[in-house]
Design a binder for this molecule. Structure first.
Ligand code: PRX
Length: 631
């Protein structure tokens, strides 16, 4: 084992040699001719000329060596189901799903939208898509019809795979009517909707379009669908994420680079070994679910646990009982989940044998020190923070104990991971900040390493303008996060530079929430900001101006309207985007040129000094918010 500093230096100074070495970890149908093509910055093309298949690497290649070992462990505490699929069985299930997709005319390059709860068929569908070279677009099951419709419009799926319902904390959440509504709203109509019927909810059928998965599968027990060898640069999937504008961005991922980067990350960052079990508590609708429930563990020959349910049902010991039962060696969760567990008596952790666990990784939002200390004490295992984004697909900052054991510092996700040439830059001048403890924008010098986004789906211009041109005077990738670096090179994340908020580790765009609230007939104007919250990290807070202010004059009137507006957000975007409160004002704080002063609103909500207000048009607007929040 060398030092991490050497490892990182090699990855930056000689990226081609470095990544050629990492690429040996996956199977290539055709070897690549060139490790990196970077003649049109910032568009990086990794492993050019190579052909491979992610499904082959995640499933087929393990069938001989570990066919009878667990691959996918499905646990639902919602339906009381526990099913273990071996690599052999997973291989078969994926081929059945692939055969059903094929029968619906889905082929290489076609998009398939997956709108599903955390059930095995969702994993089969993702793997089946990459098996046949189709491009999946998983939409988080908690999103509702308008969120779904904008994604259908943008990626134009030929087929959609869905299910009758999900279930959360014992409550059935039907999916199909939301999906039907979304299809109605969108200008693109899929040819077919493949429905997994869990028997949880009745669903309306559209003849000629809706296909019952079980019936379609009935004749396909031994379906054989060979892997489609695709170019390393062939898109594997699109995953939408929120940005500054109301319209989510379709993060497009490649095939070869992603397989190489994820496979390598299991060894260098997560310290997993083939045959061990990985347990990520995320959801397949988010990037952590894509990379660390489905692809990375399977690529590395590990079993992966897919968990449907909440962390405290039937009791707060459930996750730890799974760690004991399946001898989980690597666990991945979010600080919010730990904060939820922290409210319960910790004897629930102590009663389980957690000796298999090497470390608990946490990501997605800032890890506060009390939470980190509590879980470290309870588990007696290293707690490893890691910082990254949907766009990168795997960690930008962490400590890489698989390369060299290093101490973590509380409050810091760690050091730049190999492959990432991380810089801190001044947001006004674009200049690099070399001295320690200066606040700047966390940026990455191109080329982005393998596994990161190739572009925004069908929108290179947006890729450039959103990510590469926001720092003045230089072409550099902006994470849109503020950060500082200490004298030892550890980074500390200080929050977003844009209008994205992070609620319980879920990334949401305040503009999307504003658009949804504005669609309520009574609303003239609205501002949504993220406000610090003890449990969820942040919550959304909305301040609306009504067309007729008298509607909210009484407490009852305001309460009714607030409820109606929340319902609109629930129905359009999903409960995940629902603001914690909707308050009514007669004026929003703006600059004289009409720009909303979101930072000032946020500061007032958090009881901080709103800062420089010399440009504010009417100071009474901010006072209204101050009064409401103080009340
Ligand atoms: O603001 C940062 C925050 O979450 C954003 C990315 O969210 P998402 O695209 O959903 O990807 C999550 C992948 C883990 C970042 O821009 N964030 C993510 N991880 C951390 C974090 N903030 C602080 N500490 C982290 N470890």
């Amino acid at each position: 084992m060398g030092t991490f500093a050497d490892f990182h230096r090699q990855s930056i100074e000689a990226p081609e040699a470095f990544w050629a070495e990492q690429a040996k970890g996956i199977h290539w149908h055709r070897p690549f001719d060139q490790v990196l093509q970077y003649d049109q910055p910032p568009f990086a093309r990794w492993f050019v000329g190579g052909q491979t298949n992610i499904c082959y690497n995640a499933v087929d290649r393990h069938v001989d060596a570990r066919g009878d070992q667990a691959a996918l462990i499905f646990v639902s505490t919602e339906t009381d189901t526990e099913t273990v699929y071996t690599f052999k069985q997973l291989h078969q299930e994926v081929q059945r799903m692939a055969a059903v997709l094929r029968a619906q005319g889905v082929g290489k390059g076609d998009r398939v939208l997956i709108y599903m709860p955390m059930i095995p068929e969702a994993a089969f569908a993702m793997l089946a898509c990459v098996r046949i070279g189709a491009i999946h677009s998983v939409v988080f099951g908690g999103f509702a019809s308008v969120s779904l419709a904008s994604r259908i419009d943008d990626c134009e799926p030929k087929a959609i795979v869905s299910a009758d319902a999900g279930s959360r904390a014992g409550k059935v959440v039907p999916y199909k009517h939301l999906l039907d509504e979304a299809i109605k709203l969108s200008s693109n109509k899929p040819n077919s909707v493949i429905m997994v019927d869990r028997g949880l909810a009745a669903w309306p059928r559209t003849e000629g379009r809706d296909v019952d998965y079980a019936s379609a599968c009935a004749a396909l027990t031994d379906a054989q669908v060979p892997c489609e060898w695709v170019d390393a640069t062939h898109p594997s999937y699109i995953l939408y994420t929120s940005g500054t504008t109301g319209k989510p961005k379709g993060v497009q991922r490649d095939t070869g680079g992603y397989a190489v980067a994820l496979n390598a990350s299991i060894q260098h960052i997560y310290m997993g070994q083939p045959g061990e079990t990985y347990f990520s508590t995320s959801d397949i609708g988010w990037v952590v679910g894509h990379s660390y429930i489905i692809y990375a563990p399977l690529l590395a020959g590990m079993a992966t646990i897919m968990y449907e349910g909440v962390p405290i049902r039937p009791d707060p010991a459930i996750w730890w009982s799974l760690v004991e039962k399946y001898k989980v060696s690597v666990m991945f969760s979010a600080p919010t989940a730990v904060r939820v567990l922290k409210k319960y008596d910790s004897s629930f952790i102590k009663k389980h044998d957690l000796s298999s666990l090497k470390a608990l990784f946490l990501a997605g939002e800032p890890l506060d020190e009390p939470t980190a200390n509590w879980i470290a004490d309870e588990l007696g295992r290293p707690i490893i923070d890691n910082y990254w984004q949907t766009e990168t697909g795997w960690p930008i900052l962490s400590i890489c104990n698989g390369v060299e054991p290093k101490a973590a510092k509380f409050g810091s996700p760690g050091l730049p991971v190999y492959g990432y040439n991380v810089k801190l830059v001044d947001d006004a001048t674009g200049e690099e900040l070399h001295e320690p403890n200066r606040k700047g924008v966390l940026a990455i010098e191109g080329p982005l390493p393998p596994g990161c986004m190739q572009t925004v789906w069908r929108n290179d211009e947006r890729f450039l303008s959103s990510y590469w041109r926001s720092v003045p005077n230089r072409l550099i990738y902006s994470t849109s996060d503020w950060a500082v670096r200490d004298e030892d090179g550890y980074y500390f994340i200080l929050g977003r530079t844009d209008d994205v908020i992070n609620v319980a580790g879920h990334r949401l765009g305040t503009r999307e929430i504003e658009e949804s609230i504005s669609s309520h007939a009574a609303v003239a104007e609205v501002a949504v900001v993220g406000v610090a919250d003890q449990l969820k990290g942040q919550v959304a807070m909305a301040f609306a101006v009504l067309k007729d202010a008298s509607l909210a004059e009484t407490a009852d009137g305001a309460r009714v309207l607030e409820g109606q507006i929340m319902k609109v957000v629930d129905e359009q975007l999903g409960a995940v985007a629902r603001p914690a409160r909707v308050r009514f004002v007669t004026l929003l704080p703006k600059t004289r040129s009409g720009k909303l002063l979101r930072r000032a609103i946020q500061a007032v909500c958090e009881g901080r000094d709103p800062g420089d207000l010399t440009t504010i048009d009417d100071p009474s607007a901010l006072r209204q918010i101050q009064d409401l929040m103080g009340a």
